[in-house]
Design a protein around this ligand. Sequence first.
Ligand code: DQA
Length: 137
Amino acid sequence: MKLLVLNGPNLNLLGTREPGIYGSQTFEDYFKNLTKKFSGVALSYKQSNHEGELVTIIQQADGMYDGIVLNAAAYTHTSVAIGDAIKAVGVPVVEVHISNTFAREAFRHHSFISPNAKGVILGFGLQSYDLAIQSFL
Ligand code: DQA
């Protein structure tokens, strides 16, 4: 099983970004643990702060991966283009969020990803990614 973990804008700052919401672990450290925990899965990790680059990565993932674990971060709530990209490709996407977006500001309650995702996991901290990977297994 080949899975791509794809993070959107500002998630490169995990560890120092609003630790009260997102915790104090860097994603790189967490990802090392993930690869150990899921040693039977070929896990890749990409991050971009750019909407168009995320679209391109999703398009290129088609046929290359069995699934994408996607945290589109703020683009979740704004990006028709990322929603359309998911609709356009055959690769299944599980949407994840570290925080419970429904317990936060109203603008975080809408997602352009969810209608096109296989499922949504949110609010479990970084463990949301573990759960998303498990959902593919
Ligand atoms: C987030 C939630 C988004 O609303 C926010 O813009 C993020 C992170 C999360 O993982 O909780 O950047 O996707």
